[in-house]
Design a protein around this ligand. Structure first.
Ligand code: 13P
Ligand code: SF4
Length: 324
């Protein structure tokens, strides 16, 4: 990568990455971008990745639905998934012939950890014949017990696609609540929560609105119901990005993992972002150095047992057919 291209990246992110940090990031960004070509790799990054990853090395930065769909399409030999473990597993399910690497195997998710395959079997026994819709934020083992997956971008559409009067919707209790408000299908939910979004409160949002008259509030549907009611719009991380791009609010509050505000801010310089900061410790496990190491040594490869993979793949492919 030429020094001109590196300068272009820094020009873009200089408002959110201090110059002193950039001195450390620039050489490794350069190395990763060269290595990507040598290794025939694509880097897919979630919207919560830090600006130096999101704008510096990622080929596609998006929400979990788009990452899954991009993984299915890629012709590259290797996919490096900069995000959490369930996203890398989903990429592998979508495109099993590719080598899928995750820079840190410990990058988990409180929602994915809230439920096991045995829990889903227990729910199916309790509600015989009721289809299971699993949020993509689940392990392959849970997906294998699932009729169809969804993300926050298509949850209502997926639930309604089944044509039943009831569904088991797991594991996010708040997303289930949000879906219930938007459909007549009866939702049977689980008690999982996102450790980042559950921290926001309606009172906090109302206080920010009072201090910032005219501010537009956009929330992720993993937030508690009082936060969603205090917001102007709720949607997946990519729908939040789209909302800001299309509406260009003067001032905005993105009620979600706070790194995303930095990523969106650099592309919308005329929008002022108010940033209460809740970070996802799992997403933040991914660093430039770990990306370089895993790609160089082709380590941290995602492997899923044959039987689980075959069953889990059906539920993600069914979701992909429904789309956004
Ligand atoms: P999105 O699918 O909206 O990107 O959300 C994924 C996630 O983990 C949010 O916490
Ligand atoms: Fe999981 Fe929440 Fe982190 Fe998203 S923000 S990866 S739902 S813990």
């Amino acid at each position: 990568m030429s020094s001109q291209n590196l300068d272009k990246i820094y020009d873009k992110i200089s408002s959110v990455v201090p110059e002193i940090e950039w001195k450390f990031h620039a050489p490794i960004i350069d190395k990763i971008n060269k290595l990507k070509k040598e290794k025939d790799a694509v880097i897919l990054a979630h919207n919560y990745q830090t600006p130096e990853i999101y704008h510096g090395v990622s080929d596609i930065s998006a929400d979990s639905l788009a990452l899954a769909l991009e993984a299915a399409k890629t012709k590259s030999r290797i996919i490096v998934l900069c995000g959490v473990h369930f996203m890398a597993e989903t990429a592998k399910l979508m495109n099993p012939s590719k080598k899928v690497l995750i820079p840190d195997m410990q990058a988990g998710c409180s929602l994915a950890e809230s439920i096991t395959g045995a829990d889903v079997r227990m729910l199916k026994e309790k509600y015989p014949g009721v289809p299971v819709v699993s949020y993509v934020n689940t392990s392959a083992e849970v997906k294998a017990e699932t009729d169809i997956c969804c993300t926050s971008a298509n949850a209502v559409k997926v639930v309604e696609s089944l044509g039943t009067s009831k569904v088991i919707f797991l594991p996010d209790h708040y997303l289930a609540n949000y879906v219930q408000k938007n459909t007549k299908v009866k939702i049977i939910s689980w008690q999982g929560t996102c450790m980042v979004h559950e921290k926001f409160t309606g009172k906090e949002v109302e206080d920010i609105k009072k201090e910032n008259p005219g501010i537009e509030v956009i929330a992720h549907p993993e937030c508690p119901p009082d936060v969603i009611s205090a917001s102007d719009f709720a949607g997946s991380t990519s729908s939040m990005v789209k909302y800001v791009k299309e509406n260009q609010p003067k001032k905005v509050l993105l009620v979600t993992e706070c790194t995303m505000s930095d990523n969106v801010q650099v592309e919308n310089p005329n929008v002022q972002f108010i940033k209460p900061c809740n970070l996802c410790p799992h997403m933040k496990k991914i660093t430039l150095n770990k990306i370089y190491d895993c790609l160089k040594n082709e380590t941290n490869e995602i492997k899923i047992g044959h039987n689980i993979a075959e069953m889990a793949r059906k539920s993600v492919l069914r979701m992909a057919e429904i789309g956004r």
